[in-house]
Design a protein around this ligand. Structure first.
Ligand code: FEO
Length: 167
C-alpha cells in the first residue's frame, strides 16, 4: 500500500489521462469532419493510447491495494479554428501532462516510494516521445501553411505512416 499523498496524485493522473483520451477524440472527430483521413486516424489512435495510459494507472493502483476514483468527464469542445490551432493545443496539453508526471515523480521520491518511482519511469519516457511527436507535427503544419496541396500530401503521409508512429 502507498501513502495517501501518492494515491491522490495517481488518481488525479489517471483522470488526466482519461481527459486526454476525450480531448483527442474531440480533435479526431473535428479533423474527420474536415476530410483529413490520415490525421484523423492518428488522433483516433492517440485517443486509444491515452485510455491505455489511464488503464495502466488503474491496474497499478489496484495492485498496490489502493482505491480508484473516476471523476466526471468534462465537456470538451469539438470545434477548432484550424489544424494549427488544434496541434498547438495538443502540444500545450502534452506539456501540461509532462509537468504533472514530473510532479508525481518528485512526490514519489519525497515519500520514498521507489515502486511508484519505478512505475512512473514509463510515463517519463512516454512524455518525451509525445512532446517530440506533437512538436514535429506542429512544425510541419506551420511549414505547409495555407498550401492545400501540401496539406493533402501531409494527410496522405499520416495515413500511411500513423500505424508505425509510437505514441
Ligand atoms: Fe498520456 Fe499524451 O499523455
Amino acid at each position: 500500500m502507498f501513502s495517501e499523498k501518492i494515491q491522490k496524485g495517481l488518481i488525479k493522473q489517471l483522470n488526466r489521462e482519461l481527459e486526454s483520451s476525450q480531448l483527442y477524440l474531440s480533435m479526431a472527430t473535428w479533423v474527420e469532419r474536415k476530410g483529413y483521413e490520415g490525421i484523423c486516424e492518428f488522433l483516433y489512435d492517440h485517443s486509444n493510447e491515452e485510455r491505455i495510459h489511464m488503464l495502466k494507472l488503474i491496474r497499478y493502483i489496484n495492485k498496490r491495494g489502493g482505491n480508484v476514483i473516476l471523476y466526471d468527464l468534462l465537456h470538451v469542445n469539438t470545434t477548432y479554428i484550424s489544424l494549427k490551432e488544434l496541434f498547438m493545443k495538443l502540444l500545450e496539453h502534452e506539456k501540461k501532462i509532462s509537468k504533472e508526471i514530473n510532479f508525481l515523480v518528485e512526490i514519489s521520491l519525497q515519500e520514498k516510494d521507489y515502486f511508484t518511482y519505478n512505475f512512473l519511469q514509463w510515463y517519463v519516457e512516454e512524455q518525451i516521445e509525445e512532446e517530440a511527436l506533437s512538436k514535429t507535427i506542429l512544425d510541419k503544419i506551420e511549414l505547409i501553411g495555407e498550401d492545400k496541396g501540401g496539406l493533402y500530401l501531409f494527410d496522405k503521409d499520416m495515413k500511411s505512416s500513423h500505424k508505425n508512429i509510437k505514441l
